[in-house]
Each structure stands twice: as structure tokens, then as C-alpha cells.
Design a protein around this ligand. Structure first.
Ligand SMILES: Nc1ncnc2c1ncn2[C@@H]1O[C@H](COP(=O)(O)OP(=O)(O)OP(=O)(O)O)[C@@H](O)[C@H]1O
Ligand SMILES: [Mg+2]
Length: 499
């Protein structure tokens, strides 16, 4: 079995790193792997003096270093890495590949010996060693954007001082001080020019009024490679601590500075989610569904999932909160379901009238039981309306009167135009989320203002909740495995699940 050889000095470095750097007894080959990474950050090739170990050293097998013949076996990955580094096809010369591995591992150990002081934190040293270039590249990029924003402002004739810069998950917010208030107008009118100057013309620089005198915030999008995404794990954390007075708390994502945003869907009381294909509607719906389940799985809650595409909601099959234990995929069944809900709504209204209460919350307080809150989620509203126009009848009745009966609708659509979303439908859905859309007119239809046509995509959204002012949210990125693990945790009772 081929081996990697070290020297006595190398062995001392390995022991030191384990004892005084990592504070772990072993295994020793972890230090060899770290050394390998450090060596690969050096652009010049390691010398052949390192080919053999010296007396007093040790031997390590390739099984240990690269997992050769083991599971998992990283030989191919290491071989590819070294082939790129040395500009040689090492897959054809495995002996040479092994020699290079030894040279790199030993050179890395020598680097650690000379650069790391035992009194210093090893992890910090490693971070600087491995990422220092990346950190300085990042700093340079930030400085470049700052310079460009300053020049753009001066090009449009605005005298301004950058007072503060805050980096959010996807955007950098520049707090700009305007000594001359007449420049505000010029700045607002010049936002497109600034975007053009910065080379982000397609995505807009958004302005934000602040509560500080003469200070305005400018949100400048950064390249996607620098974005920080929020995931299902973050959603689970937020959901563990919901606002106490919310009935159906939902977390679509975070604001531009990275703070989680929570709404009460029961207050909404209905929501439209519009956006072009690939803008993140389905991901957003998953965030809403999981939010609801996190806090209401064991309580009186029924979910009606309508998915004409029959693919998006399949992971919720078997969920105990599903209406009639099924996900509705046929338009005819969707029509039936909505009509049944209209009947249910009327029954509830009669029940409430008899008990002298006006809504589900009061009814529950008055001791009326057995009436679950019902949330209807429609994956593609346009598909339903195009195939069966008369579905609009029950839909509008539910939108008009569902709130007091505890019935809430979330309607998603790829086509937020006036045919799909008639005036009557629109006026009865007070809460809206616009993901990226194709045209400014679509943005206007959803949130009553333009802007969503210039978002950065991938769950970037403008949200008008209950007709209040628009806020920008970066959606939480729910993946399929997030859904599976959240559903597992929820059903095991590991997250609230009950309110
Ligand atoms: N919040 C997010 N963060 C990061 N990436 C996202 C986010 N939301 C969506 N994406 C990315 O965009 C892709 C498309 O999202 P999604 O399937 O939700 O789009 P959609 O609007 O439902 O499209 P369609 O109308 O075609 O169904 C996702 O697979 C994911 O890669
Ligand atoms: Mg979708």
C-alpha cells in the first residue's frame, strides 16, 4: 500500500496542532488535510526536496489522507484538484499524483510551522490563511461600490455625503446626507441613472426615507455571489418564538437588513402572490405553509391545497390537517371544494348569529368548538380561472366573507393581469406579495405601484400587507429537503405545532 512520508519536524507540527491548536487527540491525518489546503493556496509548485520523509518521521496511508479505497473515496476529487493546479492530467499518472500529494502535505506542514504561533488561535490563523485573499477581494469590491455610488451622485448633480453603510443579505444600504434639500428631488428622479451608472440597470436602486433629518437610504443590489440566503432552519428558529397575539403567524422572509418579517395571515385576511415563472412563488408558498404548520399543526387547522400542476404540494400528502385528506389537482374538484367551503361559511355564520358572536375568535372564546380555521392555498389561480370561469363565483364569496368565518385564501399566479385578476377579485384581497414580474403594469396590479419588475429575482419581493406601505422582503429559501425535515420535526412535536 503506497504511503506518504513525513519528517520528525513535520510530526512535531502535527502534534502541536492537535494539542494546542485543535485541542483534539487526533486523528493525525486531519492535520495533513489542513496542510494540503494551505499548500494549495500557494501559487508556486512545491519542491521535489519534499518527496521523501526523513528519519524520525512517520508514514500515512492514502486511505487516511484521501479515503482511497474507502467510502467515501475522494481520490478523484483530489486528483482533479491537483491536475488543475499542476496543469497535468494526473488521472493518467497516478504515481505522480501521489508524489504531488506528499509534497503539498509536507509543504503545508512547513507553512504552519513557520506562520502559526502556538499562543495564537489556530482557527483564526487558518481562516486568515485560507480566506485572506477572498476577504480582501470582498473589501475591495465594497470600496469600489462606495466610490461608484459617490461618483454617480455627483454625475446627477447631487451634493451628498455617505454617512453610513449597512450590508444586508443581498443589498448594501447607503445612508446619504443631503445638505441641500432641493437635491432630494434630483436624487429621486435620478435613481434610474444611478442604476445605469452602476451597471445594474435591470435591477433598480431603491430609495428609502429614514426618520433622520436630511438622510435617505439607497439600497444597491450586490452580485448574487455575495448574497446570504435564509433557509428552512432559520424559519424553524423564528417559528419557535412567534408573536403571542398572532393567530396564524407567517414568515415569508427577512427585510433588506436581514431581520425576519412576520405577518398574521388571519389578519391579512387573504393574500395574493404574483410573479413571473421562476420568481419564487412556490418557494414562498412553502414558507407560508410551513410557518402555519409550525404553530398550528395540533390545533384546529385545516389546509386546502389546490395545485393544478399536481407536482408542487406532493410532499404534504398524508398530512393530518389536509381537507378530505387530499391535495386537489382537478379544476372540477377545486370548484366543488370552494363551493363546499361557501356552504360551510354560511353554516358558521348562522351558528355565530345564534350565539351572538361575530367571528371565529369570539366563537372560540364563547366555547363553540369543532370549527377549524381553514387556509386555502391555490398554486396557480390563472389555470383555474381559464379552465372554469364559474369558479370565480365561490371564490369571490369566500374572499368577501371568509374572514369572520375563519377561512383565509392565498392565491398565487404567474399572470397577474386584469383578466386573471378582475377588479372584484382584487378589491377583496387586501394583502399582496409581488415577486419579480415582467412588466411594470403587473407590479401595479399586484401592489398598486411599480418596482417589482426591477427586483433581483429568487424570492426578492415587494409586499403590501393590508394596504399598508410596501416593504421589500428577501424570501426564505425553502428546499424540498427542508420541507421533509420540517414536516418530520413538526409531526414529532419538536416545534411548537400547537397554539
Ligand atoms: N427565496 C429564495 N432564495 C433563493 N432562491 C430562491 C428563492 N425562491 C426561489 N428561489 C430559486 O428560484 C427557483 C424557482 O422558484 P419557484 O419554483 O418558487 O418559482 P415559481 O415562481 O413558482 O415558478 P413557476 O411559476 O414556474 O412555478 C427555485 O428553484 C430556487 O432555485
Ligand atoms: Mg411554481
Amino acid at each position: 500500500m503506497p504511503k506518504i512520508y513525513t519528517s520528525e519536524k513535520d510530526e512535531r507540527v502535527i502534534d502541536n496542532v492537535l494539542k494546542k491548536g485543535l485541542f483534539a487527540p487526533g486523528p493525525k491525518w486531519t492535520v495533513l488535510r489542513i496542510a494540503l489546503a494551505i499548500s494549495l493556496r500557494i501559487p508556486t509548485e512545491p519542491s521535489d526536496e519534499l518527496d521523501k520523509g526523513i528519519k524520525g518521521g512517520s508514514e500515512y496511508s492514502f486511505e487516511q489522507l484521501t479515503g482511497e479505497s474507502q467510502k467515501p473515496d475522494y481520490t478523484d476529487s483530489f486528483c482533479a484538484l491537483l491536475s488543475v493546479y499542476h496543469q497535468k492530467d494526473l488521472f493518467k499518472n497516478i504515481d505522480q499524483y501521489r508524489i504531488y500529494l506528499q509534497r503539498h502535505a509536507r509543504r503545508g506542514l512547513r507553512e504552519i510551522r513557520t506562520a502559526w504561533k502556538e499562543s495564537h488561535d489556530f482557527h483564526e490563523y487558518l481562516y486568515q490563511e485560507l480566506f485572506s485573499n477572498l476577504i480582501s477581494q470582498q473589501q475591495k469590491m465594497d470600496e469600489d461600490i462606495e466610490k461608484q455610488v459617490k461618483s454617480a451622485l455627483s454625475e446627477i448633480g447631487v451634493k451628498a455625503e455617505i454617512r453610513n453603510i449597512v450590508k444586508g443579505p443581498r443589498l448594501t444600504r447607503f445612508y446619504i446626507y443631503l445638505p441641500n434639500i432641493n437635491d432630494l428631488d434630483r436624487l429621486q428622479k435620478g435613481l434610474d441613472k444611478i442604476s445605469f451608472y452602476l451597471g445594474i440597470g435591470k435591477h433598480r436602486v431603491f430609495e428609502n426615507m429614514t426618520d433622520k433629518p436630511r438622510i435617505i437610504g439607497l439600497d444597491v443590489p450586490r452580485p448574487a455571489s455575495t448574497w446570504h440566503y435564509f433557509t428552512g432552519g432559520d424559519l424553524r428558529e423564528w417559528a419557535a418564538d412567534p408573536p403571542s397575539d398572532y393567530i396564524l403567524p407567517v414568515w415569508p422572509g427577512v427585510d433588506v437588513l436581514g431581520e425576519p418579517i412576520c405577518f398574521d395571515l388571519a389578519e391579512a385576511p387573504h393574500l395574493l402572490v404574483g410573479g413571473t415563472t421562476g420568481s419564487g412563488k412556490s418557494v414562498c408558498l412553502h414558507a407560508l405553509i410551513l410557518s402555519i404548520l409550525h404553530n398550528n399543526y395540533n390545533s384546529n387547522l385545516t389546509l386546502c391545497l389546490i395545485d393544478p400542476k399536481a407536482v408542487e404540494f406532493s410532499q404534504y400528502n398524508g398530512l393530518k390537517n389536509l381537507y378530505n385528506d387530499e391535495i386537489v389537482t382537478e379544476v372540477f374538484d377545486a370548484h366543488n371544494l370552494l363551493s363546499e367551503l361557501v356552504t360551510e361559511m354560511s353554516k358558521r355564520e348562522q351558528k355565530f348569529a345564534k350565539s351572538n358572536v361575530t367571528n371565529l375568535t369570539e366563537a372560540t372564546l364563547a366555547g363553540i368548538t369543532g370549527l377549524p380555521r381553514i387556509v386555502v392555498i391555490v398554486e396557480e389561480l390563472a389555470d383555474l380561472l381559464m379552465q372554469k370561469q364559474d369558479i370565480e363565483g365561490p371564490l369571490i364569496r369566500l374572499l368577501q366573507k371568509g374572514r369572520s368565518a375563519g377561512i383565509h385564501l392565498v392565491l398565487a399566479t404567474q399572470r397577474p393581469d386584469s383578466t386573471t385578476f378582475s377588479g372584484l377579485l382584487r378589491s377583496n384581497v387586501p394583502s399582496r406579495i409581488a415577486l419579480t414580474v415582467q412588466k411594470s403594469t403587473e407590479s401595479k396590479i399586484i401592489i398598486d405601484e411599480t418596482g417589482a419588475e426591477r427586483l433581483t429575482g429568487k424570492g426578492d419581493m415587494l409586499c403590501r400587507w393590508l394596504g399598508k406601505s410596501v416593504i421589500r422582503i428577501h424570501g426564505v429559501h425553502i428546499r424540498r429537503d427542508d420541507i421533509a425535515s420540517s414536516l418530520k420535526e413538526i409531526s414529532r412535536g419538536q416545534i411548537n405545532g400547537d397554539r
